[in-house]
Design a protein around this ligand. Structure first.
Ligand SMILES: [Zn+2]
Length: 233
């Protein structure tokens, strides 16, 4: 497979800065610096204050995959409307500094990508060749990151809450797969449906579906207390 084709099939064309050397630093260097700085500040804030992020960072540390801000996160310019990505080849989370402008959005993207990183840490995920692995992690990320929680509020009166959430998770997982892999929609739908129930019901490390910051704070509290009985012996 030639390199350009491979880059497209693995979604790397969405992240031009991943091809070091090709990226040109132009006269907009100063505004890029400002964007980059803002992205770093929002990332730091997410890591310190989001209960979703704190739980995931703690769980990864316990699993022997300590996340370091400078090593495992990278604020970059991205193409199109993508907000972030997980680069399994370098174990790095890419945050799209040109597409993330609000703290709440940053929190969601950091959480979504940390769920991929968590899956990468705990399981031997074959991101590139096994579409079922990729589909499973996308289902979990959409289900547990709050990606589908905001729209729940809007749709509450139109759908059963539970059903709407599942439909949202399925739709988001599909879109994520189609954005980074060249496969047909039909093929992607089949794969998502095959693994949906198993992966939708895998809530690790949250122990529940956190439908908002309040749920996530409870999940984080339970997570911190998980060894309490042993510690009190
Ligand atoms: Zn994803």
């Amino acid at each position: 497979m030639d390199q350009t084709k491979q880059e497209e099939e693995y979604g790397y064309d969405l992240f031009p800065e991943r091809n070091k050397g090709k990226f040109k630093k132009g006269s907009i260097a100063e505004s890029l610096f400002t964007f980059n700085h803002k992205c770093q500040v929002m990332l730091q804030f997410a890591m310190e204050t989001s209960p979703y992020a704190k739980l995931l960072l703690g769980a990864m540390q316990s699993s022997g995959c300590t996340v370091f801000k400078d090593r495992h996160f990278s604020c970059e310019e991205c193409d199109g409307t993508v907000s972030g990505g997980f680069d399994a080849a370098s174990s790095q989370i890419v945050l799209c500094q040109n597409n993330i402008h609000q703290q709440s959005h940053m929190n969601r993207v950091v959480t979504h990508e940390l769920i991929h990183a968590f899956d990468h840490c705990r399981a031997h995920v074959d991101w590139f060749n096994n579409f079922r692995h990729l589909a499973c992690s996308e289902i979990r990320a959409a289900n547990l990151s709050g990606d589908c929680s905001f729209s729940n509020e809007v749709a509450r009166f139109n759908f059963g809450l539970k059903q709407h959430h599942q439909e949202c998770v399925r739709g988001r997982a599909l879109r994520s797969i189609l954005a980074v892999r060249k496969i047909s929609r039909q093929e992607a739908e089949k794969i998502v449906d095959e693994v949906f129930d198993t992966c939708f019901n895998d809530h690790a490390p949250f122990g529940r579906i956190p439908h908002g910051n309040k749920d996530a704070r409870f999940a984080y509290r339970d997570y911190k207390n998980r060894d309490r009985y042993y510690a009190n012996l």
